[in-house]
Design a protein around this ligand. Structure first.
Ligand SMILES: Cc1ncc(COP(=O)(O)O)c(C=O)c1O
Length: 432
């Protein structure tokens, strides 16, 4: 490193350890290169929803609104807590995504309205800074998005305690997490847990019974426990037996020792990935009065102020304008429903093909939500090798391997391939 003598220990550590690709971008680049050379190449590496023709799925009502912003709306500084109208509108939007009977309790037990931040990644970073010190322990699932490692284990240098979320049969299980929580409270003073449903890369979300099992554990916890709920893909669910919204309402009001921090944003909720708008909501175990809630919101804003200062302004203005106008809101909800239908239809097809095919080295996990299908490898062959072979055969995938938990599999992003291409993608996938 040419600047080595100038660098802080942290700078050196980042230089030597951070994977900018977060395990995915490098495979995306390889696939894009192949796609340029071969028009029939299918690129199932990208974690953004696209139309069948490959263009980004945008929500026209939001796009129109962005085009109409004034210079002030787009370019003036934003409030470091988030624009007042935005945080109110986001609060309503979030509450409306929960079943009616859960809304009041969730509102009472959390800091809603939210604090705005720079994308979900920014929200994870700010939350980590507020609640954890170097070396604190964070329970992290075997199946997780690569940037979780960058943020928590490389930048913030927390200590990982792995838990098995996806077992060797491809089922979601919270048993290991529950058992680890119960045993860690005997030795630790504080513990963090990273949760992400629908999960990247596995595409799995829990059933209500599984969430209840977790609730039961959390009700008995005796040490301060902070749940970091990464809700990037909330509401993208395709089966009736899974919780089809954020599990945040189930994690508040359980126990005075348990804080649940919900991190969500416009990236996937409003197909605005590059707009970098996230939101943080802190949920409590016991009811707090308005002054106490305001204190926590101010704390999160202080964290934002000392990092990125504020979240981008234009996207907050545009989303607010859409959400507070009944007609525009109605339109955008219809556009979202249409997109969900497209993804659901791709999901059903890829799922059906997986169920019909058994004799292979790949085993689909029981994915039921989100943007991805995930296939465990039944042999000893490393997923990276299989993804490389698939590139040669005309399909771009991302290998996700977690050696500490025996997870070795391949992610197929059905969010970004056309329904028409799914049978061919599947044929290539299962030709390994
Ligand atoms: C689980 C998960 N969390 C967070 C993010 C990133 O969100 P953002 O782009 O808002 O930082 C992603 C993006 O792929 C993700 O998969």
């Amino acid at each position: 490193m040419i600047l080595e003598k100038y660098l802080s220990k942290k700078g050196q550590f980042l230089e030597n350890n951070v994977d900018l690709s977060a395990g995915t971008i490098a495979w995306g680049l390889k696939a894009k290169k192949r796609a340029k050379e071969n028009p029939d190449f299918i690129n199932a590496t990208t974690g953004t929803a696209t139309e069948d023709d490959g263009k980004l799925m945008v929500l026209p009502t939001l796009f129109d609104e962005l085009r109409q912003l004034t210079g002030d709306q787009l370019l003036a500084y934003a409030n470091m807590r988030g624009q007042y109208a935005f945080v109110q509108a986001w609060k309503r939007d979030t509450l409306e995504s929960y079943p009616v009977g859960m809304r009041k309790k969730t509102e009472e037990l959390s800091t809603l309205p939210v604090t705005a931040c720079g994308g979900l990644t920014g929200g994870l970073m700010l939350t980590g800074q507020v609640f954890f010190d170097l070396g604190d322990k964070l329970l992290a699932p075997n199946s997780r998005w690569g940037n979780v490692d960058n943020v928590f284990f490389k930048n913030q240098q927390l200590e990982e305690i792995p838990y098995q979320l996806v077992d060797q049969e491809g089922n979601l299980s919270l048993t290991d997490l529950n058992e680890k929580l119960i045993s860690l409270q005997k030795t630790e003073k504080k513990i963090g847990v990273y949760l992400n449903f629908p999960n990247n890369p596995s595409g799995i979300s829990p059933t209500l019974d599984q969430v209840k099992e977790l609730q039961k554990t959390l009700e008995s916890i005796t040490i301060p426990t902070i749940l970091l709920l990464d809700d990037a893909y909330e509401n993208y669910c395709y089966e009736n037996d899974v919780v089809n919204h954020s599990i945040f309402p189930y994690l508040v009001g359980l126990n005075e020792n348990v804080l649940a921090v919900k991190i969500d944003g416009a990236s996937k909720r409003y197909c605005a990935y590059g707009a970098r708008l996230g939101a943080i909501t802190v949920g409590f175990g016991l009811e707090k009065d308005e002054d106490e809630k305001a204190q926590i919101r101010e704390l999160m804003a202080k964290s934002a102020r000392t990092n990125t200062s504020s979240a981008p302004r234009g996207i907050q203005e545009a989303i607010t304008n859409v959400l507070i106008d009944p007609k525009k809101n109605d339109n955008i909800q219809k556009e979202k429903a249409r997109n969900l239908k497209v993804l659901s239809s791709r999901y059903k097809l890829i799922k059906k093909l997986g169920e019909e095919t058994t004799d292979n080295i790949l085993k689909p996990v029981k994915f039921n939500s989100g943007f991805f299908g995930y296939y465990l490898i039944k042999s000893q062959q490393p997923a990276t090798e299989i993804s490389s072979n698939l590139l040669e055969k005309g399909l771009g995938t991302v290998p996700f391997v977690n050696t500490s938990n025996g997870l070795n599999g391949i992610r197929v992003a059905f969010c970004s391939i056309s329904e028409e291409n799914i049978p061919k993608a599947f044929e290539i996938l299962y030709s390994t």
